[in-house]
Each structure stands twice: as C-alpha cells, then as structure tokens.
Design a protein around this ligand. Structure first.
Ligand code: C5P
Length: 225
C-alpha cells in the first residue's frame, strides 16, 4: 500500500517467539521466526505510524525506523508490552508467547546421571498477556491477537479462532494454520481475520508483507470508525 493513512498513530507490535530458560545453556522455545510481526511493524512504519517493536529472539533483520525493545522470555515480553501499551492506538500481538515456563531455572547446567532413564520437567503457567490487556480498561486501544492452529478442518479451526478472540477480549484475531511445514519461517502466509461479533472480516493469502497490510487495513478502519 502506498498510503500514509497511519500518520500520527502509535502502534505496538510484538514479534518472534519467547525462550524460557531451563539452565544457562538451554531453553524451551518455539518455531516463530518473527517474520510476520516484523512485516507488520515495517508496513505500519511505511504507512506513517510510530512503531514500538517488542522483539523476542528474531531470526530476521530488524525493520528500519522502529523503536525496538528486545526481550527473551514471556515475563520480559509482558513487562515491555505493559510499559509500551498505555494510550496507544493498537497493540498487535504477533509474537508466539510460551504458555508455560520451567518452574525453576537451574543455576548450573543440568546433568544427566548414569542411573536415570529420563527427566521430568515441571512447568508453571505464564500470564496470558493479551487476555490481561483485554480485561484491563484499554480506552479504545485496538487489540489484535494471533492464533496459530494445527487443526486441519477449516470450520473447526475457525471455531477455535472465534473462541480465542472472545476469551482474550481481542478486537481482531488473525488465524492461521500451522504445521510441520507451514506457517513458521515462510515468506508467505494465509490468514483469516476474525472481527468482533465473530465475523470473518477478510481472508488473505500472500506474502507476509501483503498480509501485514491487510491486517493494518482492518485496524485502520476500526480506528476511524
Ligand atoms: O492462547 P494462544 O497462545 O494460542 O494465543 C495466541 C495469542 O495470545 C497471540 O496473540 C499471543 O501473542 C498471545 N499470548 C499472550 N500471552 C500468552 C500466550 C499467548 O499474549 N501467554
């Protein structure tokens, strides 16, 4: 899009995937590269917005012209989002945030022992950052959530997306199908944008930058409503 329709708008975007440490050398992570979130930050900047990008372990280059705040864990991402989100026009939660983290982080490298046959990890829940934003008063800030689902059936996946939008109190939910080979790290994406009242606002398939512009089109129209 060749438009400057977001001049004067402030947008917070989270991108990438959190890493939850187990010990000084290991973590629990996920396969989010940060491409889609970075594309959203890039597109928003190109359209004139002031962008804070909360970057969790990106595997892609930083976008130009954004205020970048680096985080690694879900708790760090929560602190950064909380600090940045007050009073902004939109918060786009594209990052893959770990639902659980190890209950304790070992100060030294966890060792295997000649006699053991396995290891059980104890995990505790991370806060649901988006749901917390959705529950708190947020004065017109448009909240955009993402749902990456492996459910192959389109209708069943759409039902999961609708339920997730409502549960998190998001204004929009961007649903995509992921699997061993689709979604993560690709340059293309195929998404369904679910709006308030469970409507399918639009379906987009294409380069992550075109998907980013389509998401921002919907955000922009909600902001001018
Ligand atoms: O519940 P699920 O992880 O599928 O939800 C995905 C959406 O919720 C994404 O927008 C993600 O950034 C956000 N999320 C979050 N805090 C979590 C887990 C997910 O804000 N602990």
């Amino acid at each position: 899009a060749d438009r400057r329709d977001l001049v004067g708008r402030r947008i917070v975007v989270t991108a990438g995937g959190t890493r939850e440490p187990l010990d000084p050398v290991r973590f629990l992570g996920n396969r989010s590269s940060g491409k889609q979130g970075v594309a959203i930050a890039d597109a928003a900047r190109a359209r004139g917005a002031e962008v804070v990008l909360i970057a969790a372990n990106l595997e892609v280059a930083d976008p130009a012209g954004c205020d970048i705040r680096r985080v690694s864990t879900a708790l760090e991402l929560q602190a950064a989002v909380t600090a940045a989100a007050a009073g902004v026009d939109a918060v786009v939660m594209a990052a893959a945030v770990a639902d659980y983290r190890p209950a304790s982080v070992s100060e030294s490298k966890i060792k295997k022992d000649a006699s053991d046959s396995g290891l059980t990890l104890e995990l505790v829940r991370n806060p649901d950052i988006l749901a917390e934003l959705g529950r708190a008063p947020h004065d017109g800030t448009i909240l955009v959530g993402f749902a990456a689902e492996t459910e192959p059936d389109d209708d069943a996946r759409l039902a999961l997306g609708r339920a997730k939008r409502a549960a998190k109190g998001a204004d929009l939910l961007v649903l995509n199908r992921v699997g061993w080979t689709e979604g993560f790290a690709n340059d293309e994406n195929a998404v369904t944008i679910i709006g308030r009242d469970d409507t399918v606002v639009t379906e987009v398939h294409g380069a992550k930058l075109s998907v980013a512009d389509a998401i921002l089109d919907v955000v922009g129209s909600l902001l001018t409503e």
